[in-house]
Design a binder for this molecule. Structure first.
Ligand SMILES: C[N+](C)(C)CCCC[C@H](N)C(=O)O
Ligand SMILES: O=C(O)CCC(=O)C(=O)O
Length: 373
């Protein structure tokens, strides 16, 4: 690979304008440059951490700058010298820096991705980098992947969860199952249909991934899984009702969940944007656990209902749904920040095993596999 060179660099008061050989120009402030000095007094290479606190950052000016091929040297007013690689500096061209932080989701509707999502045998997922990459890439692209030939037990499911980033503990414990239990006061534990929702909208940190594994369904029918791409629904809302989209990206919808002696409450936008890329980052939506809210004015209140209704009708539109029956041996893993899920009503004895993985932990795995920045 050719090393990127620097054509020239010019000090303009407190700014350094760097012209690269590829004609790109990036301007750096002196405080930034001093903070990013990579000498051994300022930076610890093996831990990738700064050596000094921000408060100790001296109030200095640039005395001179020398360009040396693919390196740039700055001498400071306190005689400190800093050397920067062109490749390092080029990373901070704003558009490229933002683009590296984007996840290039493939937006979908209906069953159009059923032949595209990864379906990988568990051994290949656990033991090969190629298998792991295929699963994580599918989660990044479509929000869902399937791990096959898994032992149809909670323990078998736990092994998969560990490899996806680790089991996220919640009020339901680590691994849980879903079966009809009239004593539990939650629709998940009944046999009625469940409309599309994300899980744990009342949490400060909802599950990143959710795993579902059909362990048993006997003497009955129904209980099919329904998935919908929340990012598709958000894009559609933006196109058809831009003011509603804008409202839902800003207005804190409060959710609450009181269950089994627990009490959760959190307010956040139904469509949360990433503050760096401005792309949709997270959908939180469960029609049932919305808290009763007070509103600043009537307009906000009416907009809350109108925009959530518009959003929900896209989410509940059958044309956008992908519906299928989960089978023992197949662990479905999906992105709870993106997809909404539900199920059709059922009869018979049905047991699903599952668990959650936190977003930070699965993103760590995807980053180590070099699938995201
Ligand atoms: C999957 N499992 C049965 C464990 C939990 C379902 C939780 C659904 C809940 N109302 C929520 O807060 O999202
Ligand atoms: O029973 C199912 O298939 C899904 C249950 C569910 O959506 C939930 O518990 O949140």
């Amino acid at each position: 690979m050719r090393i990127l060179g620097i054509k020239n660099a010019k000090i303009d008061d407190t700014t350094l304008d760097v012209h690269f050989e590829n004609d790109m120009v990036v301007c750096f402030e002196d405080c930034w440059l001093r903070d990013h000095c990579r000498c051994s007094k300022c930076f610890v290479t093996n831990t990738n951490l700064r050596a000094n606190h921000l408060i100790e950052l001296p109030d200095v000016t640039m005395k001179s700058v020398i360009v040396n091929g693919s390196e740039l040297q700055v001498t400071w007013s306190d005689e400190h010298e800093s050397t920067y690689d062109a490749e390092f500096l080029a990373e901070f061209e704003m558009k490229a820096w933002v683009d590296r932080r984007r996840i290039n989701h493939i937006i979908w509707r209906g069953d159009e991705i059923s032949h595209k999502v990864a379906r990988i045998p568990v051994d290949k997922f656990l033991k090969t980098k190629q298998g792991a990459k295929a699963i994580f890439q599918s989660i990044l692209d479509y929000g869902v992947a399937f791990i096959e030939e898994v032992e149809p037990t909670l323990d078998g499911t736990a092994v998969v969860a560990e490899a996806l980033g680790g089991i996220q503990q919640t009020l339901f414990g680590g691994m849980w199952d879903i079966k009809v239990d009239e004593s539990l006061n939650d629709t998940a534990f009944m046999s009625i249909p469940l409309p599309q929702h994300t899980d744990l909208s009342s949490f400060t940190d909802p599950a990143g991934l959710q795993l579902l594994h059909s362990l048993e369904h006997t003497n009955g029918e129904g209980g099919e899984t329904v998935l919908v791409d929340g990012f598709y629904a958000a894009a559609k809302l933006k196109e058809e009702h831009p003011r509603d989209y804008d409202f839902l990206t800003k207005f804190p919808v409060e959710a609450e969940y009181k269950f089994n002696g627990h009490s959760f409450r959190h307010a956040a936008p139904a469509i949360e944007l990433d503050m760096i890329t401005n792309d949709v980052r997270q959908i939180r939506f469960n029609s049932y656990d919305r808290s009763p809210m007070a509103f600043t004015n009537g307009d906000d209140c009416r907009t809350y209902y109108r925009s959530l209704k518009h959003f929900a009708s896209s989410i509940e539109n059958k044309k956008n749904h992908w519906q299928f029956k989960l089978k023992p041996g197949v662990v479905m893993v999906f992105d709870n920040f993106r997809l909404l899920h539900g199920r059709t009503g059922f009869t018979g004895r049905r047991v699903l095993g599952g668990t959650y993985v936190s977003r930070t932990n699965w993103m760590d795995k995807a980053r180590v596999l070099e699938l995201i920045h």
